[in-house]
Design a protein around this ligand. Sequence first.
Ligand code: HEM
Length: 242
Amino acid sequence: MCGNSPAANPPGKPVEEFFAEDMAVRMIKTLTQTTVGQKVLMAVTGLILFLFILGHLSGNLLIFAGREHMNEYAHFLHEHPKFLWPARIVLLFCFFVHIVAAARLWLKNRSAREEGYTIYLPIETTIAARTMIYGGAAIFFFLLWHLLHLTFGVVGPRFDPNDVYGNVVRGFQNPAIAGIYLVGVACLCAHLYHGAWSLLHTLGLSAPEIDCAKKKAARILAVLIGLGYASIPLAVLTGVVR
Ligand code: HEM
């Protein structure tokens, strides 16, 4: 029987609307219930998080321009809650979807491994690729700590909501706190080292002639981001920023 028979189409509903609805349901099912769908969800949310990480880095690097510039930038963000809150909600949603999709894929892969392979197909892999889930978990805990430190001010030295520059500098003058950031940033760098390339691949930006260059570019970018973030605690620890 054909899908658009009158019995399948509720009375009073235009056929186009009926099929559009059907397509939306199928798309949601594909995204949430198939391996490819989970990978696409991870890639899209990963891309949004990656853009945040780049934007956040450029804001943080203002620390090298001095207290006035960094605090001015922070005040600007806080004075525009109409933009700040929607951005925060999108970011939180992306974190949630990214983590849930990663956990589901990891559990699926693990149970497939436990059942054993019928045919063993060795796939090219790196330490960064194999440890993505552990690095991701470490970034999650780093992020919780980071928010408690610099957003809510409940851990670390004295917190002044009107002096973001002072909060960062006071925090990193403590070598233990600077160390936590350096470890967190190293985990982020390793995660992006594989993730940045992987997301381009999942989103279909892949062709044999550009794959090698794309992999190199993604890795260089990951290292630059890692160095950019690491430069801040290192600059405070060495007294370059006070
Ligand atoms: C040296 C490294 C870093 C420094 C100095 C830094 C600095 C800051 C500061 C000062 C804030 C509070 C901003 C404000 O309330 O105005 C903040 C918030 C935040 N940071 Fe970082 N950060 C660093 C690394 C990271 C990394 C690696 C990530 C992500 C993996 C990250 C994600 C966030 C998030 C999600 C927020 C909350 C943003 C919001 O309030 O909406 N940060 N960071």
